[in-house]
Design a protein around this ligand. Structure first.
Ligand SMILES: Nc1ncnc2c1ncn2[C@@H]1O[C@H](COP(=O)(O)OP(=O)(O)OP(=O)(O)O)[C@@H](O)[C@H]1O
Ligand SMILES: C[C@H](N)[C@H](N)CCCCCC(=O)O
Ligand SMILES: [Mg+2]
Length: 234
């Protein structure tokens, strides 16, 4: 079994769309895959990100969705998890997240775990997202894009991960409609260079615009450079 942690350089960078597209690709390859939104803020009783994953996978709710395993922490206030938890009057239960993912990893070949926001988002007052993922020894897939400012955030994420021996096994370079083509192309090149300098895998997969809201995406994006290269999630 393989668990992959999907984080990004920021909120709204495209993690949900990337997870949905990767899950769709893995299904097309006959792999038994499930996705998780490890902590969802801004919803009550459901996870909008998880719903998007399922729509993009072209599947309905799975038994594990009904069991609550795929969205183990849901908090109503749309903010950083540490604040959403404070406002809800209950702490984020990190053990519940790791336990849910471990259970799913017993049942599925590949588990894709989406974080909340960017890599340095505080899950609690003391634990950053990057610390938690490193502690779980989950290989990471980073979502970035060519928008101006992305280089700074991307290289910071690489450094943070490397400092905690958190291995970036692939980078999804997301569609960037407002980006300058020259900047997009050079930023993609520089991201590749710095992935290598920080000891991460220099695998970058382009994610195009997923049209039609992405539900049941017609075309399958080829993520074989990421998943073919690390079947066992090493
Ligand atoms: N490749 C894409 N094609 C079409 N729309 C996209 C693409 N990437 C991102 N979007 C759109 O941009 C918005 C933000 O994307 P998304 O929800 O995936 O971000 P996120 O990183 O998961 O955010 P969060 O931190 O809240 O989880 C959404 O409306 C999404 O549909
Ligand atoms: C509200 C929505 N669920 C977002 N994913 C939450 C993003 C938290 C970002 C915190 C921060 O970086 O300031
Ligand atoms: Mg998301």
């Amino acid at each position: 079994m393989s668990v992959f942690f999907i984080s990004g350089i920021d909120t709204d960078i495209g993690k949900t769309v990337a997870v949905g597209a990767m899950a769709r690709y893995l299904l097309s390859q006959g792999r038994r895959v499930i996705t998780v939104k490890m902590i969802q803020t801004g919803n009550e009783g459901f996870s909008e990100d998880l719903q998007k994953h399922r729509a993009m996978m072209g599947v309905g709710l799975l038994p594990e969705d009904r069991e609550g395993l795929t969205a183990p922490q849901i908090l109503p206030f749309p903010a950083s998890p540490h604040l959403a938890a404070k406002l809800a009057g209950r702490p984020v239960d990190l053990a519940a997240i790791s336990s849910a993912v471990a259970t799913l990893a017993q049942r599925y070949e590949v588990v894709l775990v989406e974080g909340a926001g960017g890599l340095a988002v505080p899950l609690t007052e003391d634990v950053l997202t990057v610390d938690f993922a490193a502690g779980q020894h989950w290989p990471m897939i980073l979502v970035s894009s060519g928008r101006l400012g992305s280089l700074n955030h991307s290289i910071q994420a690489m450094e943070m991960a490397a400092a905690r021996k958190l291995n970036i096994v692939g980078t999804v370079y997301n569609w960037c409609p407002q980006g300058d083509p020259t900047i997009c192309a050079d930023s993609r090149r520089m991201i590749g260079v710095f992935l290598g300098r920080y000891g991460h895998r220099q695998v970058v997969v382009d994610l195009p615009e997923i049209r039609g809201g992405g539900d049941g995406v017609a075309s399958v994006v080829d993520f074989s450079p990421i998943f073919g290269a690390c079947d066992d999630g090493d």
